[in-house]
Ligand binder design. Structure first.
Ligand code: XMP
Length: 315
């Protein structure tokens, strides 16, 4: 990229030229959409309204954390609670691409409704180059449909504006430093959220299980990062498997679920290596998950597969 100051100046001019009326901005809490929303806020002022959707598929305390991040970035964002709607559209759906499609569509319908209320005819998104490249853009076949690109319905009523669509991740980082967005020290988290960390159908109960298991993985890995015993992985999370497995609880036999722990090293998510972590870390994670989700999760596995042949997410 040319220097961030020049990009910033041009982006503001483009947004003003492209959007004579009002726009809403889809803010996910990641740096891409935060940067896009800040550009919109500066370019359009009161004519722009940034929205963060609480899908009910977020990690533990994520909505609060994200709101703190927006405040630190000096971005005004409205939170839309929509857990029931997302669980509703996902009912009975097990296919990963169908989950992404339905989530994408639910996002868009929600944004259409909000746009109408605000009198906006444009939707600004933080899509960057690797998003559309991985979604079957010019260069690659569809690997996974990222919700913010592939899920757009054909009858979309809003004009989509993507100020960062030609930027790569390192260029967005340079821009976000220039815009004084604090570094979130956040691992990437997929737009469809915990829905793609639950293999098989998504239910409120299964979301609660994977959310708790994931919080344990995050806490224990972060503890080891803080005490210097492991390097910061690229991503670390829990996945709920579609397997029932037998365990013992006191004198009783329980038929619970299985959780897979994934901890990977990567530099750009295009390839990844399963991280060789201390066995004590894995034992602590397994012990805590089976205790804190007693009777619900009876087995914890560690995923040692690299990407390729696997992907980082299970779905
Ligand atoms: P995979 O699983 O394809 O993931 O190796 C590569 C990176 O992309 C993230 N990911 C997604 N991000 N919407 C997103 O916004 C999605 O549908 C999605 N699927 C995967 C994944 O967490 C990893 O960082």
């Amino acid at each position: 990229m040319r220097d961030p100051a020049a990009f910033h100046r041009d982006a503001i001019a483009h947004l003003r030229a492209e959007i004579p009326g009002r726009a809403i901005v889809a803010a996910s809490g990641g740096i891409d959409s935060t940067a896009a929303a800040l550009l919109a806020q500066e370019a359009l002022g009161e004519r722009s309204r940034a929205l963060f959707v609480d899908t009910g598929l977020l990690r533990l305390h994520e909505a609060e954390r994200v709101q703190g991040f927006f405040a630190a970035s000096h971005l005004d964002v409205e939170v839309l609670p929509a857990a029931d709607r997302f669980l509703g559209v996902l009912a009975g759906v097990a296919d990963p691409e169908e989950k992404r499609r339905r989530i994408g569509e639910a996002f868009i319908r929600l944004f259409e409704t909000e746009a109408e209320r605000f009198g906006a005819d444009s939707l600004i998104q933080g899509t960057i180059a690797p998003d559309w490249i991985e979604s079957g853009g010019a260069l690659r076949d569809t690997i996974k449909t990222h919700h913010n690109v592939g899920g757009l319905p054909k009858d979309l009523k809003l004009k989509i504006v993507e100020p960062l669509r030609d930027l790569y991740k390192d260029e967005v980082r340079a821009l976000s430093t220039y815009l004084h967005i604090p570094s979130p020290e956040r691992q990437p988290f997929p737009g469809p959220g915990l829905a793609v960390r639950i293999t098989g159908p998504v239910t409120a109960e299964r979301v609660a299980i994977v959310r708790k298991a994931n919080a344990v993985v995050e806490e224990e890995v972060e503890r080891r990062i803080a005490d210097g015993s492991i390097a910061r992985p690229w991503q670390y999370f829990a996945v709920l498997l579609p397997v029932r497995t037998v365990g013992v609880q006191g004198d009783n036999r329980v038929h619970g679920e299985a959780v897979s722990v994934r901890i990977v090293e990567s530099s750009d998510a295009m390839t990844a290596t399963a991280m060789g972590v201390p066995m004590t870390l894995l034992r602590t994670i397994a012990e805590r998950i089976t205790r804190e989700l007693s009777g619900k999760v009876t087995r914890v596995l560690y995923d040692v597969t690299d990407k390729p042949p696997a992907t980082i997410e299970w779905e």
